[in-house]
Design a binder for this molecule. Sequence first.
Ligand code: F0G
Length: 420
Amino acid sequence: MTHLALNETEPGCASDGVWLTCIECGERFSPFETVRYTCDDCDGLLEVRYADLPTWDEFEGRGVWRYSSALPFETGVSLPEGGTPLHDVPRLESDVGVERLRIKHEGMNPTGSFKDRGMTVGVRVAQEMGVDRLACASTGNTSAALAAYGSRAGLETLVLLPRGKVAAGKIAQASCHGARILEVDGNFDVCLDIVGDLADEGDVYLLNSLNPFRLEGQKTIGLEILEQFRDEEGTYPDRIVLPVGNAGNTAALYKCFRELTASGALPMEDVPKLTGVQAEGAAPMVEAIEEGWKETRRWESVETRATAIRIGNPVNASKALPGIRETGGTAVGVSDEQIRAAQRDLAEEGVGVEPASAASVAGLRVLREREDVSADERVVCLTTGHLLKDPDAAAEAGSQPEPVPGTTAGVREHLGLAGE
Ligand code: F0G
């Protein structure tokens, strides 16, 4: 069984309950004996599969490892991650015009992005494999998470970043957590090509989202949203809107829904519509959805101020596109100006997010205006990274500091306040 649809399972494998399956040809592999990222036979993407599927009553504790029964290990290198807030944003909710709008703020993770969820599992697997050097290509956040979790585990970390296109906060994190940083003369996709070659040669252990174990950790975003929303709103959300770069999160959420529907924990009619948002200047997933393609076309030239999602060749497209389609979702492109406006809207409600994260809200607004989202929908927007990740973008989106003299009188005068 290759691609699984909602409510479908692969017949169990006798061994120890977890294995890797190629989503293209169905070949199965033992998970921890040999390092591999794609299928030996056809180079298709691999997926982690389990004999036992998750049910709600077995989850215990808080954060990513609350969901250990749906993960390959009981615990891992933890800082700890997950357990992020699901904010109310009443003004934005009525302004956008939906029945309910909640913001799942993944910027509240230890290194300020959702990547920590994938890294706690990924680094645990790296330990199991006995590797000593971890690496990734990154638009910034993955490198920050890799550096933090890798150094916590006492492993060497190497990150390849597109030169001049990574936000200051993220480079500072990767650097201070002790990663070796290579600034590549090329965009993210070129960085991933190179680090993929190094990984194929066995020189590094790759922790990009091509690594199927990363997505297992990120799957817990879906589990957490469903539990939180259900407990607080008495129902599951109709739609989850998220920014898309490499489409790892989209694939991870879809996998979460598949496992829950297959175990009977989530009724088919309650599966949220997966809705992806990209920057107009880097939108191969939007193009593939609009054109009805099964794969994306690589965009050689990409540009957006939301540098986290400045990606032209989403490696997880073949896992994510069926998820968007099968859940009845869609994908939409937004301009940098729409992203900036959404970043300010969220900030006005006290929710500080980086530009890529604000794309989710910008996309929801566009879809609502087009009537592709209806007024009676209950929506969760995923905000993937913290405001301070990109201080320059935050300062551009916000108000300008005003120089004043160092006296009360001078300040009063500047503010136009009467008297001394
Ligand atoms: N939002 C933020 C803040 C990100 O950093 C990323 C990806 C995404 C959204 C897109 O997620 O790839 O799962 O579709 N950042 C990667 C990185 C590429 O290197 O930090 P995706």
